[in-house]
Ligand binder design. Structure first.
Ligand SMILES: *Cc1c(COP(=O)(O)O)cnc(C)c1O
Length: 465
């Protein structure tokens, strides 16, 4: 146990030049905690029979711990997965105009709930509703925290204590935690399933609708497709039936696409505007999927139904904060110009970019690696497929190009890990034993950061194996 007595004191280790030098960048309590943790680990390993450590070694470990705890937990990463709306990586990157609006709203005061014309209290919804009405052609609209919140609010408003009629083919789970039956239950509604997984007919709905029906729900099964014998009731027919039976119809269109993406080779995706134009009295969608804005849920439709949702006390708990309102307003404003929307919204730009431009970026990346590094990692440009992601368009494949790297030294999983853990984390995907860095989701302006991260990761591997 004499070795335990050789452990330096916290005070003496704090005097070490490595740690004293850190004092300019790190608050003292952070450094002290790092030293304590380092010494506690040493004590632990000495008890386990390990050899002691020099003060230099201890100081360097404490410094690394302190530096790690100074790094923000939420950090930028380079998305080289080729998945455009990657839910784990924050879905849609915001348009530049939205970023500026967020900064404005964050930095100072704003007229969030003040009517500047009268000087009296205003509504935070007033910044979004006129734009949503204009873009969607709807009489009324509100925005809440996300699409799950929009569904919760609408279902609770229309069907608490009553039945929600849904096709069995639409009882989907989206994003691992959003399940239609569970949201329904939490909204206080009883699920009334109709039809089967692959076929639901108008008659099935007709039979289920009765005095207990609070809402008929139609859900876009964004992230799955039934292939083979399938039958779904047309939207127009459901609109007509709900009208005849005098029950509200709620449609969850999912991705919130505002423009037709078929010109870019993607499948048809329901548009909020079309749902409303077809006579659906209340429709909802996400703000951070194909709309390309901040996390939000949009509810639009008749004044009567939207007002009912608006005055539900639950709306207060689900409302948007000022930063999201700023970002959503700025994003929606961009949709006024159909000419520029494809380039102004990053998610749409990434979908629309010609594969040849992606390939050019991949070639540039290899050139920036330098011949020696590139040949060591056997770097080459390969064709691949990118995806929309975010639970949208599961079958859509977007032709893309990646830089493929092979492991030199360790395994390919080691290389992926090194890149993920770097100062500038890079996420790619492993395919057939190679690491693919898909350039479709890497912006031109991110290239220098990606190059620097690759230099560090590949050079760190030099000499191993
Ligand atoms: C993504 C999605 C949701 C959940 O939306 P969030 O904005 O993530 O809450 C709900 N319904 C459908 C059909 C979806 O595609």
């Amino acid at each position: 146990m004499s070795r335990l007595r050789s452990i330096p004191s916290v005070e003496s280790l704090l005097q070490h030049p490595d740690l004293a030098g850190l004092a300019e960048r790190a608050p003292r309590p952070v450094i002290v905690q790092a030293v304590r943790d380092t010494l506690a680990r040493l004590r632990e390993s000495l008890r386990g029979g390990a050899a002691s450590m020099s003060p230099d070694e201890l100081a360097s470990r404490a410094r690394a711990l302190a530096e790690a705890s100074l790094r923000p937990n939420l950090r930028p990463v380079i998305n080289a997965t080729g998945i455009i709306l990657h839910t784990n990586l924050g879905r849609a990157p915001l348009p530049e105009a939205a970023v500026e609006a967020v900064q404005m709203a964050a930095r100072g005061y704003s007229n969030l709930e003040l009517d500047l014309a009268t000087g009296s209290r205003g509504s935070r919804g007033a910044h979004l509703e006129p734009l949503l009405r204009e873009l969607l052609g709807a009489p009324a609209a509100i925005a809440v925290n996300n699409n799950a919140a929009a569904m919760l609010l609408a279902l609770n408003t229309l069907a608490a204590g009553r039945e929600a009629v849904v096709s069995r083919g639409e009882l989907v789970e989206i994003g691992g935690s959003f399940r239609i039956p569970e949201i329904l239950e939490r909204a206080g509604a009883t699920l009334r399933e109709v039809g089967t997984t692959n076929k639901t007919r108008l008659k099935d709905y007709e039979r289920a609708i009765g005095p207990d029906t609070g809402v008929v729900l139609r859900v876009h099964p964004s992230n799955f497709a039934v292939v083979g014998f399938a039958e779904r009731v047309e939207r127009e027919d459901l609109v007509e039936l709900a009208r005849k039976k005098k029950v509200p119809l709620l449609e969850d269109v999912g991705s919130g696409a505002m423009i037709d993406l078929r010109p870019f080779g993607l499948p048809e995706e329901p548009l909020l505007k079309e749902s409303l134009r077809d006579g659906v009295p209340l429709a909802c969608a996400s703000g951070d999927k194909l709309l390309g804005g901040p996390q939000a849920g949009i509810l639009a439709g008749t004044k009567k139904l939207v007002d009912a949702c608006r005055s539900n006390p639950m709306a207060r708990a689900l409302r948007l904060d000022k930063l999201s309102i700023a970002a959503l307003e700025a994003t929606l404003r961009l949709y006024r110009d159909p000419e520029t929307i494809g380039s102004a919204v990053p998610a749409l730009r990434m979908i629309a970019e010609p594969a040849s431009a992606v390939r050019a970026r991949a070639r540039r990346l290899i050139a920036s690696l330098g011949a020696e590094r590139a040949s060591r990692a056997r770097a080459e440009v390969v064709p691949c497929t990118a995806e929309v992601g975010g639970g949208s368009m599961p079958l859509a494949r977007i032709p893309s190009f990646a830089v493929a790297l092979s492991a030199s030294g360790g395994t390919i999983a080691d290389l992926a890990r090194t890149l993920r853990l770097g100062a500038e984390p890079v996420l790619g995907r492993i395919e057939s034993g190679r690491l693919l860095l898909d350039l479709r989701t890497v912006d031109r302006r991110e290239l220098p950061r990606l190059v620097a991260a690759l230099h560090t990761a590949l050079d760190g591997k030099r000499g191993i194996g």
